[in-house]
Design a protein around this ligand. Structure first.
Ligand SMILES: NC(=O)c1ccc[n+]([C@@H]2O[C@H](COP(=O)([O-])OP(=O)(O)OC[C@H]3O[C@@H](n4cnc5c(N)ncnc54)[C@H](OP(=O)(O)O)[C@@H]3O)[C@@H](O)[C@H]2O)c1
Length: 293
């Protein structure tokens, strides 16, 4: 029997680090803590070592093709495959509206990276393996208000090209100053992050179709509002609490759960319900902040 392997991207801190911690305690195999920055990654490993947990480490910048290739070659040579892949690396870009370059970067890290991983790392995922894309409440379709894109993204035979068109449409509108705030929920706030995460959750559905042949499950999820650097420490849950559902999804959930969008409490939601109240609201953060003061 080959050694089982689990990989978590962006896991030097926050939810990713807590997922690695939880997997080290329960997963019957090797767990990879990966980080774009070697010193931050190694420091995180040392922290876990002090707790009696021993993940392996490898550098991995999910936006850097060369870095992903190096990681692929390392895994190929050492273990020849991956059983669990958690695509957790992400950035939100803060609550203020972003300029074109910032929007591009947010989309690059949260969404374009998944296309590089799909090409280079998914082929290493073994038959019957599990992949989890960490999305957000910003990734539910109800974040989109533009009728044309709701229709396109709701199509049951949506293709990756349609999702790329959606992302391009948004970026182009920011570039030429025609972005209409009404096209995105909550007055167009954190628009780039919403577009990136909606694209990620939509891509999960497309990727599941492809991975069905090898009985690999791929789902996307919202981890909750979590106290990490991303939220400047604001949130209802600690990173360890937020890691519970991702760990459940890759270790315990029925293998029949495929191409789904899952809430932080483990509930499977209808991603297509564009009228639902699942979209992110800035007021949730502001209310929470006020209560803390
Ligand atoms: N916290 C929340 O309330 C919340 C809510 C919804 C969704 N999420 C999602 O949950 C995931 C984890 O977020 P978090 O709250 O744990 O944030 P975090 O504490 O800021 O951690 C983000 C992690 O992603 C890494 N990362 C960023 N860009 C990367 C790249 N190009 N390559 C590899 N790693 C990269 C960061 O590395 P560095 O240390 O090098 O920056 C860090 O390890 C993200 O996908 C986020 O969108 C979080």
């Amino acid at each position: 029997m080959p050694t089982k392997v689990a990989v978590v991207t962006g896991s030097n801190k926050g939810i990713g680090l807590s997922i690695v911690k939880g997997l080290c305690k329960r997963f019957d195999g090797v767990v990879y803590l990966t980080s774009r920055d070697v010193s931050r990654g190694k420091a995180a490993v040392e922290k876990l070592n002090a707790e009696g947990l021993f993940p392996e480490f490898h550098q991995l910048d999910v936006t850097d093709r060369k870095s992903v290739e190096r990681f692929r070659d390392h895994i190929k040579e050492k273990y020849d495959g991956i059983d669990i892949l958690i695509n957790n690396a992400g950035v939100s870009g803060g609550l203020n509206s972003a300029n074109y370059d910032e929007c591009k970067s947010i989309i690059n890290i949260n969404f374009n990276s998944i296309l590089i991983l799909e090409e280079l790392i998914f082929p290493l995922v073994r038959d019957n393996g599990r992949i989890l894309n960490i999305s957000s409440d910003c990734g539910h379709l109800s974040n989109i208000r533009n009728k044309y894109w709701i229709e396109q993204l709701s199509s049951k035979d949506i293709k990756m090209d349609d999702i790329l068109r959606f992302v391009d449409w948004f970026l182009q509108s920011v570039k030429d100053n025609t972005f209409n705030k009404q096209d995105i929920a909550d007055g167009g706030t954190v628009a780039a992050y919403r577009v990136a995460k909606v694209a990620l959750s939509a891509a999960t559905i497309v990727q599941q179709r492809e991975l069905d042949k090898r009985n690999i499950s791929i789902n996307s999820m919202h981890p909750g509002l979590v106290r990490t650097d991303m939220t400047t420490g604001i949130g209802f849950y600690s990173a360890d609490e937020a890691a519970k559902t991702p760990i459940y999804l890759v270790l315990d959930a029925p293998a029949s759960l495929k191409g789904a969008y899952i809430w932080h409490d483990g509930k499977v939601l209808d991603w297509y319900d564009y009228n639902a109240d699942y979209y992110f609201k800035i007021s949730t953060v502001l209310d929470h902040l006020q209560k803390k003061v």
